[in-house]
Design a protein. Structure first.
Length: 218
């Protein structure tokens, strides 16, 4: 990112400031400069409750306070499961590294890139697994994984953007699920908060990984 790009991002983030100092998992500026709140120019009826405003350029802006609250809720939900029964999925390029990092940190399974049909539904396939809960990066990009999770009746947690629908998503995190920096930050926070909920961390300061450790390479 060039200096001019960085200044532009900071200026836009200031325009999108939302919470007025609410207690968040990271500073509001961190959410905003990572683009967690930047949606698409499409809005589904399902996502309307999570939208803060629409910008002059037509992009819908997500409410980061709700994003923050949902990250906490998802972490607590994941911590109720045996870690080796949690499946993290990402077909999206920018979600693959963060998905792997989360899975590695909490002891979960990860499938990134192409999701082979039958992975959850056909015991005769060599890659067959039996998760008890799935976390996916995008209901559209991870449609095959979502269909199979619904087929076997396990709960699904999804990162969802303004253009997503919530059908078959049991718990969602409203966020920019396409951006490299936004996915890194959200997965980093999910990892930290899940480790805390699992009792493996007692404070934020104990977590040594940085957001950059979760960022996909360009």
């Amino acid at each position: 990112m060039t200096e001019n790009d960085s200044e532009a991002v900071t200026a836009t983030a200031k325009e999108d400031g939302q919470t007025g100092g609410a207690d968040l998992l990271v500073a509001e500026d961190t959410y905003l400069t990572s683009g967690v709140h930047i949606g698409t120019q499409q809005k589904t009826a399902d996502m309307k409750p999570f939208i803060y405003r629409v910008r002059n350029d037509g992009l819908y802006v997500l409410d980061i306070k709700q994003t923050d609250q949902r990250i906490r809720a998802v972490a607590k939900m994941l911590a109720r499961y045996d870690a080796n029964k949690i499946l993290v999925v990402s077909a999206r390029q920018y979600g693959q590294r963060p998905a792997r990092e989360l899975a590695r940190a909490i002891g979960a399974m990860a499938i990134v890139g192409r999701f082979m049909p039958g992975t959850l539904t056909n015991p005769n396939t060599p890659n067959f697994i039996e998760p008890e809960i799935m976390l996916l990066t995008d209901p559209l990009g991870d449609a095959q994984a979502l269909r199979e999770a619904v087929n076997i009746g396990i709960p699904v947690v999804g990162l969802v953007d303004t253009n997503n629908e919530l059908k078959n998503i049991d718990l969602c995190v409203p966020t920019n699920n396409k951006g490299r920096r936004s996915l890194a930050l959200v997965y980093w926070l999910l990892t930290r908060e899940t480790l805390k909920a699992q009792g493996k961390l007692s404070s934020d300061e104990e977590y040594s990984k940085s957001v950059e450790d979760f960022e996909a390479s360009l």
